[in-house]
Write a protein that binds this ligand. Structure first.
Ligand SMILES: NC(=O)c1ccc[n+]([C@@H]2O[C@H](COP(=O)([O-])OP(=O)(O)OC[C@H]3O[C@@H](n4cnc5c(N)ncnc54)[C@H](O)[C@@H]3O)[C@@H](O)[C@H]2O)c1
Length: 369
């Protein structure tokens, strides 16, 4: 990491040229105090094309060569999940701040090692949880923080697709590279939204089931998905369902699927049941309007409230908050443990599904406290 003066730009490198890498580039490119110095990824043509589009001076095929530079402050990691731990740990050991795509890692063991590396290096580690930054989620969070819905005692979080397997044979369907299917991919986001909205209760137990009924038949592939890798067998679940008991006594039902025979297109959301009100956030095909309904009694009459909320948030909010954290200098506050907590829950869900019984997470949390 460079010796910085107060007004020096933050010098970043981006690793990965897919949706994640390109989105990070777009977000950094509009921030006045950021300079994109280097980009790495395996697809030669795309590397040159993105390098030209964003006027990036240093292009590498291997991430190791990017990390070997000694003039970077931070990196964004947008590579397949099995590389999150090695790339993030190597970056943190080089003294770089890290913005890592979700999931933080495939397993809690890997995620713990990343968080420990961040603590040891005293650098910011943040996970890209962009969906919680939606303006409708932020509006709902304000309702909750003001106590308008009372105590939330039951919640559902889901992300369901009709035909959304991310590419035939891509790395996403390979167990070793991805760590799992829609639960670790889409479930990460909606689990994050739910725990964030509910004020970070601990997850005490999980009881989960996973299925691979359609994916293994080649049913439900998203024909538009352009992901790296093309020859992998379908080895992960295509649907996961989990029942979570939370430390505050509430329960959370979590559902995620890439492929279902259902009315789902590409639908995600949250349903909250509280003692003074309820809420439903329903997002269809990433739409941003008319997504939020609040249920209250007004003057004794059941009333549906539709707050006017527009667009916004998403990745830009994540990337600018990452830069703000770096600039703040309070790096030890942001060690990625929130991302680790999500991985632990997902890990426990896979564990529960494999064992066919409820799993208690208490021991997972002991050494964090
Ligand atoms: N937050 C979100 O909304 C969101 C959306 C999509 C993907 N993601 C996450 O982003 C990550 C990447 O997903 P994607 O859809 O961009 O995948 P992708 O397959 O489109 O791209 C992966 C990139 O990683 C690069 N890569 C692989 N090995 C490399 C190496 N050794 N050195 C340098 N580069 C290497 C590939 O060249 C490719 O450019 C995943 O963890 C995924 O879960 C997050």
């Amino acid at each position: 990491m460079t010796d910085k003066h107060q007004n020096d730009p933050i010098r970043v490198g981006v690793i990965g040229l897919g949706f994640a890498g390109e989105t990070a580039l777009k977000c950094y490119s509009i921030l006045p105090n950021v300079q994109i110095v280097a980009l790495a990824g395996l697809e030669e043509e795309r590397l040159a094309q993105l390098g030209a589009t964003f006027a990036i001076p240093h292009l590498y095929s291997k991430y190791e060569d990017l990390l070997a530079r000694d003039d970077l402050d931070a990196v964004s990691i947008g590579v397949p999940n099995h590389l999150h731990a090695p790339v993030a740990i190597a970056a943190l050991e080089r003294g770089l701040h890290v913005l890592c795509e979700k999931p933080l890692a495939r397993t809690s063991t890997e995620a713990t090692a990343i968080v420990q590396a961040a603590s040891k290096a005293n650098r910011v580690l943040q996970v890209v949880f962009n969906h919680r930054e939606r303006n409708d989620v932020q509006t709902l969070k304000r309702y909750l923080d003001e106590g308008q819905l009372g105590e939330i005692y039951y919640a559902k979080a889901y992300w369901m697709r009709r035909q959304g397997i991310p590419g035939a044979g891509s790395w996403f369907v390979n167990k070793e590279m991805a760590g799992g299917g829609p639960l670790i991919d889409l479930g990460s986001h909606v689990l994050d939204m739910a725990l964030y909205l509910l004020d970070e209760p601990s997850v005490v137990t999980v009881s989960a089931s996973t299925y691979n009924k359609l994916g293994m038949q080649g049913v439900g592939i998203d024909p538009r998905a352009r992901k790296s890798g093309a020859n992998h067998q379908y080895e992960v679940e295509d649907l996961a369902t989990a029942f979570l008991r939370l430390s505050n006594g509430a329960t959370l039902l979590l559902e995620s699927s890439w492929a279902t025979y259902s009315s789902a297109q590409n639908d995600y959301g949250i349903v909250l049941y509280g003692t003074k009100g309820g809420a439903e956030l329903r997002v269809r095909n990433y739409n941003t309007e008319n997504t939020l309904t609040i249920f209250k009694d007004v003057d004794g009459a059941p009333t549906d409230i539709h707050p006017t909320v527009q667009g916004g948030g998403f990745h830009n909010a994540v990337v600018s908050s990452f830069i703000d954290k770096i600039v703040s200098g309070n790096w030890s506050l942001y060690d990625g443990s929130e991302g680790l907590r999500r991985v632990r829950v997902i890990d426990a869900c896979y564990d529960s599904a494999a064992q066919g019984k409820e799993v208690t997470l208490t021991t997972y949390y002991l050494h964090l406290q």
